[in-house]
Design a protein around this ligand. Structure first.
Ligand code: PLP
Length: 452
């Protein structure tokens, strides 16, 4: 695609002078200029297409520039661009209805809208604390829940460290992760059983009557895409119900088709049985075209606030443009059968290709995932499973992964790289041929970066 070199130079200049970037030492980054995007492709500073295997931050589930979503935003802007959250608006109600219609479980009927995932988790914990009159919250190590006060304390990765006040009442526990099992398990069934026993013990020793909520990504995403073994989420549901602990499932990344099912907690087909008390969503709810998140409340938790005010709100809660984008996104996913397509991509294209790649490259320790949600774990040795770069590595220590990223980009592939892993997380709209082409580039990039 033709690009205006002067405009690109100006973009770089303005970005460097005035934009302060997330999670970064400002002088050590050089952000890629994006000049356009369409479907599963983004265009760089030279107008070169890159196949987006990241869905940006894993949110463009319907791809870039979906015409129906773009049109819906435009039509809504012309009709009623904005309105405060205390009013009733057609498009907000319809978005809430469509969201609840796809959530397994019959009790999830009310939607509190936010502008992103962190605020959704923030308000889920607030609702659980009000509902139970308890304060403590359990969350998993190897998780990400967002960057606001409660959400970053829930987070079980190093991004919490610099923010940790130690005063949010969050206790972390281990979830199932067979490849790096802390329970010394050798099978999925063993890992599942031991992880549930561990959780029982944490709850017993913390005091069940002090715990308001357990917050859990149904499929932990950024931390490494660990699909829970069959029975784990049902087991967590049983334990939390027995102790009167509100179960909050974080579907911010896993939700809306990414796992090849509408929601991650239904990945083994038992979502109805798991029946969480609260579900948090964002990202895929409208593919990130306009910021939107939400907490979906079960009838029981919602009823706590029938006669008593919910102590939370946001100026842009349920913004009409974001809700219009959500209605159009969900309808497009239904009409184009995108969840089924994501499932097919995982079963028939991505999964088999990644397993072949793992056979060819010694540097690949494990591939795992489902739908359009896959992790490739890179290790120094298959025996020791030592990560190819240490956790949180930067600069020279991260050189091998930086070389891999460069090798992908030079072949026209935009990868998602986190620590010693690359995640294969393209939009649900990616065609079989596009996915195959991208996987071939990933294969070649591994060879170039690791000589394997
Ligand atoms: N929860 C999960 C599972 C996420 O992956 C993220 C973001 O990556 C969040 C919450 C936070 O969402 P946001 O960045 O929209 O606040």
């Amino acid at each position: 695609r033709p690009v205006d070199a002067a405009a690109v130079a100006r973009t770089r200049e303005l970005d460097s002078a005035h934009v302060f970037h997330s999670w970064s030492a400002q002088k050590l980054i050089s952000p890629m200029v994006v000049t356009g995007a369409e479907g599963s492709w983004v265009y760089d500073a030279e107008g070169r297409p890159l196949l987006d295997f990241s869905s940006q931050l894993v949110f463009t589930n319907v791809g870039h520039g979906h015409p129906k979503v773009v049109a819906a935003i435009g039509e809504q802007a012309a009709r009623l661009a904005t309105v405060a959250p205390q009013h009733a608006v057609d498009v907000r109600g319809e978005a809430a209805r469509l969201i609840t219609s796809h959530l397994p479980g019959s009790r999830l009927n009310k939607v509190f809208f936010t502008t992103g995932g962190a605020e959704a988790n923030e308000n889920a914990v607030r609702a659980a604390r009000q509902h139970t009159g308890r304060r403590k919250v359990l969350a998993r190590y190897r998780s990400y829940h967002g960057n606001t006060q409660t959400a970053i304390h829930l987070t079980g990765d190093p991004r919490r460290w610099a923010n940790d006040s130690g005063a949010e009442g969050v206790v972390h526990f281990f979830g199932p992760y067979l490849y790096r099992s802390v329970f010394h398990s050798t099978t999925e069934a063993e890992e599942c059983q031991r992880a549930l026993e561990h959780l029982e013990q944490v709850i017993a020793l913390e005091g069940p009557s002090t715990i308001a909520a357990l917050v859990l990504e149904s499929v932990p995403g950024t931390a490494g895409i660990m699909v829970p073994p069959p029975g784990y989420l049902a087991g967590v549901r049983e334990i939390t119900r027995r102790h009167g602990i509100v179960l909050v499932l974080d579907e911010v990344m896993a939700g809306f088709g990414r796992t090849g099912t509408w929601f991650g907690y239904d990945v083994h087909g038992d979502g109805e049985r798991i029946d969480p008390d609260l579900v948090t969503i964002a990202k895929g709810v409208n593919s990130g075209y306009v910021p939107l998140g939400a907490v979906v409340l079960s009838d029981e938790v919602a009823a706590t606030f029938d006669e008593r005010a919910f102590p939370g709100g946001l100026t842009y809660s349920g913004h009409p443009l974001a809700c219009a984008a959500s209605v159009a996104t969900i309808r497009a996913m239904e009409d184009e059968r995108l969840v089924e397509h994501a499932h097919h991509l995982g079963e028939d294209v991505i999964g088999p290709a990644l397993r072949e790649i793992a056979d060819r490259h010694d540097v690949v320790g494990e591939v795992r995932g489902t739908g359009v949600f896959w992790a490739v774990e890179l290790v120094k040795s298959r025996e020791t499973r030592e990560p190819v770069v240490p956790a949180g590595a930067t600069g020279a220590a991260n050189a091998p992964m930086a070389a891999f990223t460069k090798a992908c980009l030079s072949r026209g592939l935009l990868p998602f790289v986190n620590g010693n892993r690359t995640h294969v997380v393209p939009p649900c709209t990616t065609s079989d041929d596009e996915a195959r082409w991208g996987l071939a580039q990933l294969d070649a990039a591994l060879g170039e970066a690791f000589g394997s």
